[in-house]
Write a protein that binds this ligand. Structure first.
Ligand code: ATP
Length: 225
C-alpha cells in the first residue's frame, strides 16, 4: 500500500496533516507516536473505516475484503461465542468455515461468549478472526498490549510467518522492544506527519532519542516528597 498526503481533521482540529507512507508487500512496518498523535486515526483511514483526503493505493474501498484491522480494544456482539465469531468472520468474506480447533493457536475457550473474555483473550480472538479471513494487509493497533508473554512471543513468530507469506503488516506499539524485534522499518508520526522512517540499523538511536525525551528533565516537573 502506498499513502500520499493523507489528511483528516475532527471538527476544526487537524489530526493527520499529510501522511506519506510506503508499505511494501512482505514487510512488517512499525509506527510510533505519542498518545493522541493520530495512529488509530491513520489505521482507520487505511482500513477504509474513516473518510480522509489524499491518495491511498490500492484504495481501501476496492480492497476492503483483503484488509484486516485489529483495534486497540476489540469488542464483540452479545451472546456470540468465540466459535461463532470466527464463523462470522469467514461468512463476511464468503469463505467456507473450517475446523478452527485445529488452528486455535492461542488455546482460546471458543465455546464461551466472546464478550466475557478477558482483555488479552479478546485481542487474541480478534486477531484470530483476521487470520482466518486470509487478509493481505494487517493493520494492528497495539497488538502486544494486554497479551501475555507466551502469546506475545507467538504473535512475533506469527508476524514473521505473515512476512514470509508476502503479507503486509502495519503495527503500532508504545513498547519499543516489540517494534525493534519485528519491524523492517519504523515510522515516527509527529505533528500529523511521518517525521521520518528508520531502518533497523538506526533503531538504537531512535530508541535513545525517545528515551531521552521521557527520562530527561520532564520527571523533575513532578514533586514527590
Ligand atoms: N471520533 C473522534 N472525534 C473527535 N476527535 C477524535 C476522534 N477520534 C480521535 N480523535 C482525536 O484525534 C486525535 C488522535 O487520536 P488517535 O486515537 O488517532 O491517537 P493515537 O495516536 O492512536 O493515540 P493513543 O496512542 O492514545 O492510542 C486525538 O486528539 C483524539 O482526541
Amino acid at each position: 500500500m502506498v499513502v500520499r498526503n493523507l489528511t483528516r481533521s475532527f471538527g476544526t482540529m487537524p489530526v493527520l496533516r499529510g501522511v506519506d507512507l510506503d508499505l511494501p508487500a512482505g514487510t512488517v512496518h512499525g509506527i510510533v507516536g505519542h498518545n493522541g498523535a493520530g495512529k488509530t486515526t491513520l489505521f482507520r483511514c487505511l482500513a477504509g473505516l474513516l473518510d480522509c483526503r489524499g491518495d491511498i493505493q490500492p484504495r481501501p474501498a476496492e480492497v476492503r475484503t483483503r484488509i484486516g484491522f485489529l483495534p486497540t480494544d476489540p469488542s464483540f456482539p452479545s451472546y456470540v461465542t468465540g466459535w461463532e465469531y470466527l464463523k462470522l468472520c469467514c461468512a463476511a468474506r464468503q469463505l467456507p468455515t473450517e475446523d478452527f480447533a485445529d488452528q486455535n493457536l492461542f488455546d482460546l475457550p471458543l465455546d464461551r461468549y466472546a464478550e466475557d473474555y478477558s482483555t488479552g483473550m479478546k485481542k487474541k480472538l480478534a486477531l484470530f478472526g483476521l487470520l482466518v479471513q486470509q487478509n493481505d494487509l494487517y493493520l494492528l493497533d497495539e497488538p502486544f498490549n494486554g497479551v501475555d508473554i507466551q502469546s506475545n512471543l507467538l504473535m512475533q513468530a506469527l508476524l514473521r510467518r505473515l512476512r514470509e507469506r508476502g503479507k503486509t503488516v502495519l503495527l503500532s506499539s508504545h513498547v519499543f522492544a516489540g517494534l525493534r524485534e519485528n519491524c523492517d522499518a519504523i515510522s515516527v508520526l509527529r505533528d500529523g506527519r511521518i517525521e521520518r522512517t528508520v531502518s533497523p540499523d538506526a533503531y538504537d538511536s531512535l530508541e535513545k532519542e525517545l528515551r531521552d525525551y521521557v527520562v530527561g528533565a520532564r520527571l523533575d516537573r513532578l514533586r514527590i516528597d
